[in-house]
Design a protein. Structure first.
Ligand SMILES: [Zn+2]
Length: 379
């Protein structure tokens, strides 16, 4: 019986040992498999990454190649366009043979391009021979021994008007010393019923004068103020009828505006207009050719319309330094300008300046006022 028990226990132990060995082996095998699977996965990922990188690289190469192709294609297209433009340029010029005139000071260029070399410079009224007219806005012209291009807008088949000297009668009662400094105050855009009389009071009080470039529209509303300007010895010019930017108008529109201004001026003051200030100082070659007046601009801008501030207006004048021969721009329609003038006039007189009109300043600075001409000061 004891033997039977020993055999049974031994068999049981053997079975236990067997199963234990089997289980351990399985675990080891499985572990290996897991490790192997993990390593395979990691290899797979690395390969995938490589493949993606390769893919990107390949794509980049393809892109580069396609860029190269596009560049080449663009080059071909550009060259074709250039060729076409060149052909067109040759086509758009129509041969002519006619006499034309320069309507302003303008350059003759080697090519029909504002960047090309200047061959010569012509002036208002110079006679030129046009040999071809282009639909690109340029004309091919001959001038003396020069053959080149001028922008068609600066030439005219019609002979431009001669610039004529304008003589304006000077009030001889006022004593001006030509050896002493003088400056011209000028006032635009009025008359205005509030501020203009204040400016006139300041002038009258200090026994000095200025020039008013009045608007036709305002002059017809307040003719008495314009009359007073002249009555106290000031000069009155026209700032046109409607204050339009003349550079944007046709010759006919400019003539219509100035005609209206002339009528109001003569009705108000009983004599003809002599001086014009174009709005914004704008006078292109068409404006200058069309307006039969000296066009009086300025060389000191007080910016009174912008600051509307007495101290700032005075500071703009003071920062110029020597004002002898200068034309100062102001506007007679602001009370801030009247405030500034009330202080500025006695200050200028104290500094030894004579306040004169535009035609007095031109006369004493030996400037001949001519029609169809714009002036930016008489210095
Ligand atoms: Zn104006």
């Amino acid at each position: 019986m004891k033997e039977k028990v020993v055999i049974f226990v031994s068999i049981l132990l053997a079975i236990i040992v067997f199963f234990t060995v089997c289980a351990t082996t399985m675990v080891v095998i499985n572990k290996g498999k897991v490790v192997q699977t993990a390593s395979t996965l990691s290899n797979y990922n690395a390969e995938k990454e490589n493949s993606i990188n390769e893919n990107i690289e390949t794509n980049n190469i393809i892109k580069k190649e396609s860029k190269k192709t596009t560049q080449t294609e663009n080059k071909i297209v550009n060259e074709k366009a250039k060729e076409e433009t060149k052909n067109k340029k040759e086509e758009i010029y129509k041969a002519v043979d006619e006499k034309v005139y320069a309507i302003t000071t303008v350059h003759i260029r080697e090519k029909d391009d504002t960047e090309s070399n200047i061959l010569a410079t012509v002036n208002l009224g110079d006679n030129l021979q046009r040999v071809a007219v282009g639909s690109n806005g340029w004309s091919k012209i001959k001038y003396n021994n020069v053959v080149g291009y001028i922008s068609t807008q600066y030439i005219s088949e019609e002979k431009p008007p001669e610039k004529e000297k304008v003589d304006i009668e000077i009030n001889t009662e006022r004593k001006i010393d030509p050896s002493k400094p003088m400056v011209a105050l000028t006032f635009d855009d009025g008359p205005n019923p509030n501020s203009t009389p204040r400016i006139l009071d300041a002038l009258e009080k200090n026994k000095c004068v200025a020039t008013f470039f009045d608007l036709g529209t305002c002059m017809s509303n307040y003719p008495d103020i314009t009359k007073r300007e002249e009555a106290i010895g000031c000069e009155v010019g026209s700032h046109t009828y409607g204050h339009k930017n003349l550079d944007n108008l046709s010759k006919e529109q400019i003539l219509e505006d100035i005609k209206n201004a002339e009528i109001v001026y003569k009705n108000t003051l009983g004599h003809d207009l002599t001086l014009v200030r174009p709005p914004y100082g704008n006078a292109n070659s068409i404006v200058k050719l069309t307006l039969n007046y000296p066009l009086i601009n300025w060389d000191v801008d007080t910016l009174d319309w912008k600051s509307k501030n007495k101290d700032s207006i005075i500071a703009e004048v003071k920062k110029v330094g020597n004002l002898d021969g200068r034309i100062i721009l102001m506007h007679s329609i602001y009370n801030s300008t009247a405030d500034a003038v009330e202080e500025l006039i006695p200050q200028l007189l104290n500094e030894g300046y004579q306040l004169v009109t535009i035609s007095e300043l031109a006369k004493y600075k030996n400037i001949e006022l001519k029609t169809h001409t714009a002036y930016w000061g008489f210095k």
